[in-house]
Design a protein. Sequence first.
Length: 167
Amino acid sequence: MSDDFLNPAALWPGQPAAKAPPRRWVWAAMEPADRRQRLRELARWVGWLRDTFGLHNNIPACWYRHPPVVEHLTALYVGWVRTYAGAEGPGRELGEADWINTLHALTPRLSLPACTTSHQPAPEPHVPDAGDDFTTFLANSPMTTSPAAHPAEAEASRLTGGIDPPL
Protein backbone atom coordinates (compact mmCIF):
# COMPACT_ATOMS: atom_id res chain seq x y z
CA MET A 1 0.00 0.00 0.00
CA SER A 2 1.29 3.41 -0.94
CA ASP A 3 1.95 5.98 1.78
CA ASP A 4 -0.27 8.36 -0.21
CA PHE A 5 -3.30 6.33 0.87
CA LEU A 6 -2.36 6.83 4.51
CA ASN A 7 -2.28 10.59 4.00
CA PRO A 8 -5.19 11.73 1.78
CA ALA A 9 -3.81 15.30 1.75
CA ALA A 10 -0.84 13.98 -0.26
CA LEU A 11 -3.22 13.12 -3.09
CA TRP A 12 -4.33 16.75 -3.52
CA PRO A 13 -1.92 18.93 -5.48
CA GLY A 14 -0.44 21.96 -3.76
CA GLN A 15 -1.76 25.41 -4.55
CA PRO A 16 -0.34 26.47 -7.90
CA ALA A 17 1.31 29.84 -8.32
CA ALA A 18 -0.75 32.48 -10.11
CA LYS A 19 -2.69 30.78 -12.86
CA ALA A 20 -5.17 31.94 -15.44
CA PRO A 21 -8.82 31.74 -14.42
CA PRO A 22 -10.72 28.70 -15.74
CA ARG A 23 -12.07 29.23 -19.25
CA ARG A 24 -15.67 28.71 -20.26
CA TRP A 25 -16.70 25.60 -22.17
CA VAL A 26 -18.80 26.48 -25.22
CA TRP A 27 -19.04 23.22 -27.15
CA ALA A 28 -19.93 24.77 -30.49
CA ALA A 29 -16.98 27.20 -30.30
CA MET A 30 -14.41 24.45 -29.82
CA GLU A 31 -12.40 22.95 -32.63
CA PRO A 32 -13.38 19.30 -33.25
CA ALA A 33 -10.16 17.91 -31.72
CA ASP A 34 -10.72 20.08 -28.63
CA ARG A 35 -14.32 18.87 -28.39
CA ARG A 36 -13.24 15.24 -28.51
CA GLN A 37 -10.54 15.77 -25.87
CA ARG A 38 -12.88 17.68 -23.57
CA LEU A 39 -15.69 15.16 -24.04
CA ARG A 40 -13.26 12.44 -22.94
CA GLU A 41 -12.36 14.56 -19.90
CA LEU A 42 -16.03 15.08 -19.12
CA ALA A 43 -16.71 11.34 -19.56
CA ARG A 44 -14.10 10.44 -16.93
CA TRP A 45 -15.65 12.90 -14.50
CA VAL A 46 -19.22 11.75 -15.26
CA GLY A 47 -18.13 8.18 -14.46
CA TRP A 48 -16.81 9.40 -11.13
CA LEU A 49 -20.00 11.42 -10.52
CA ARG A 50 -22.27 8.45 -11.28
CA ASP A 51 -20.30 6.20 -8.93
CA THR A 52 -19.75 8.70 -6.10
CA PHE A 53 -23.32 9.98 -5.92
CA GLY A 54 -25.08 6.76 -7.01
CA LEU A 55 -26.56 8.41 -10.09
CA HIS A 56 -26.57 5.35 -12.37
CA ASN A 57 -30.36 5.51 -12.64
CA ASN A 58 -30.33 9.28 -13.19
CA ILE A 59 -27.58 9.68 -15.76
CA PRO A 60 -28.03 7.18 -18.57
CA ALA A 61 -25.03 5.47 -20.14
CA CYS A 62 -25.82 7.30 -23.41
CA TRP A 63 -25.67 10.78 -21.79
CA TYR A 64 -23.10 12.00 -24.33
CA ARG A 65 -25.64 11.55 -27.17
CA HIS A 66 -27.98 14.14 -25.66
CA PRO A 67 -26.78 17.77 -25.98
CA PRO A 68 -29.02 19.13 -23.18
CA VAL A 69 -27.61 16.55 -20.76
CA VAL A 70 -24.06 17.29 -21.97
CA GLU A 71 -24.63 21.00 -21.27
CA HIS A 72 -25.94 20.34 -17.75
CA LEU A 73 -23.09 17.95 -16.98
CA THR A 74 -20.59 20.48 -18.37
CA ALA A 75 -21.96 23.17 -16.06
CA LEU A 76 -21.74 20.77 -13.11
CA TYR A 77 -18.19 19.77 -14.02
CA VAL A 78 -16.86 23.31 -14.51
CA GLY A 79 -18.59 24.35 -11.26
CA TRP A 80 -17.08 21.36 -9.48
CA VAL A 81 -13.57 22.23 -10.70
CA ARG A 82 -13.98 25.84 -9.62
CA THR A 83 -15.36 24.78 -6.25
CA TYR A 84 -12.87 22.06 -5.39
CA ALA A 85 -9.75 23.29 -7.21
CA GLY A 86 -10.34 27.03 -7.53
CA ALA A 87 -9.08 29.76 -5.27
CA GLU A 88 -10.95 30.28 -2.03
CA GLY A 89 -12.42 33.68 -1.46
CA PRO A 90 -14.96 35.58 0.57
CA GLY A 91 -18.46 34.20 0.19
CA ARG A 92 -17.18 30.72 -0.74
CA GLU A 93 -17.31 29.27 2.77
CA LEU A 94 -20.17 26.97 1.71
CA GLY A 95 -18.99 26.44 -1.87
CA GLU A 96 -18.99 22.66 -1.61
CA ALA A 97 -22.48 22.58 -0.08
CA ASP A 98 -23.68 25.00 -2.77
CA TRP A 99 -22.26 22.75 -5.48
CA ILE A 100 -23.99 19.68 -4.00
CA ASN A 101 -27.28 21.62 -3.82
CA THR A 102 -26.83 22.54 -7.49
CA LEU A 103 -26.18 18.88 -8.33
CA HIS A 104 -29.43 17.85 -6.63
CA ALA A 105 -31.33 20.67 -8.34
CA LEU A 106 -30.07 19.58 -11.78
CA THR A 107 -30.32 15.81 -11.25
CA PRO A 108 -33.91 15.60 -12.61
CA ARG A 109 -32.69 17.21 -15.86
CA LEU A 110 -30.09 14.47 -16.31
CA SER A 111 -32.65 11.66 -16.49
CA LEU A 112 -33.90 10.49 -19.85
CA PRO A 113 -36.97 8.25 -19.44
CA ALA A 114 -36.77 7.19 -23.09
CA CYS A 115 -33.32 5.71 -22.43
CA THR A 116 -34.28 3.64 -19.39
CA THR A 117 -36.91 0.95 -19.76
CA SER A 118 -36.52 -0.65 -16.33
CA HIS A 119 -34.32 -0.60 -13.25
CA GLN A 120 -30.82 -1.79 -13.98
CA PRO A 121 -28.21 -2.65 -11.35
CA ALA A 122 -25.29 -0.25 -11.13
CA PRO A 123 -22.82 -1.16 -13.87
CA GLU A 124 -19.22 -2.01 -13.31
CA PRO A 125 -16.93 0.98 -13.80
CA HIS A 126 -16.48 1.45 -17.54
CA VAL A 127 -13.64 3.10 -19.37
CA PRO A 128 -14.42 3.63 -23.07
CA ASP A 129 -12.17 1.67 -25.40
CA ALA A 130 -11.50 1.70 -29.12
CA GLY A 131 -14.34 -0.68 -29.97
CA ASP A 132 -17.24 0.83 -28.11
CA ASP A 133 -20.05 3.19 -29.09
CA PHE A 134 -18.50 6.18 -27.29
CA THR A 135 -15.33 6.04 -29.39
CA THR A 136 -17.39 5.65 -32.58
CA PHE A 137 -19.47 8.63 -31.51
CA LEU A 138 -16.33 10.73 -30.89
CA ALA A 139 -15.01 9.92 -34.36
CA ASN A 140 -18.21 10.42 -36.35
CA SER A 141 -20.72 12.66 -34.62
CA PRO A 142 -21.33 16.18 -35.94
CA MET A 143 -21.07 17.29 -32.30
CA THR A 144 -17.38 16.34 -32.26
CA THR A 145 -16.44 16.95 -35.90
CA SER A 146 -18.22 20.12 -37.10
CA PRO A 147 -16.14 23.30 -37.39
CA ALA A 148 -15.97 25.70 -34.46
CA ALA A 149 -18.59 28.46 -34.45
CA HIS A 150 -19.26 30.33 -31.21
CA PRO A 151 -23.02 31.03 -30.95
CA ALA A 152 -22.30 34.51 -29.51
CA GLU A 153 -18.97 35.17 -31.20
CA ALA A 154 -19.42 38.94 -31.60
CA GLU A 155 -20.40 39.50 -27.96
CA ALA A 156 -17.71 37.13 -26.62
CA SER A 157 -15.13 39.01 -28.66
CA ARG A 158 -16.34 42.37 -27.33
CA LEU A 159 -16.29 41.13 -23.73
CA THR A 160 -12.78 39.75 -23.98
CA GLY A 161 -11.39 42.49 -26.19
CA GLY A 162 -10.72 39.80 -28.79
CA ILE A 163 -8.17 38.16 -26.51
CA ASP A 164 -8.62 34.60 -25.26
CA PRO A 165 -12.32 34.11 -26.18
CA PRO A 166 -14.23 31.58 -24.05
CA LEU A 167 -14.11 27.97 -25.21
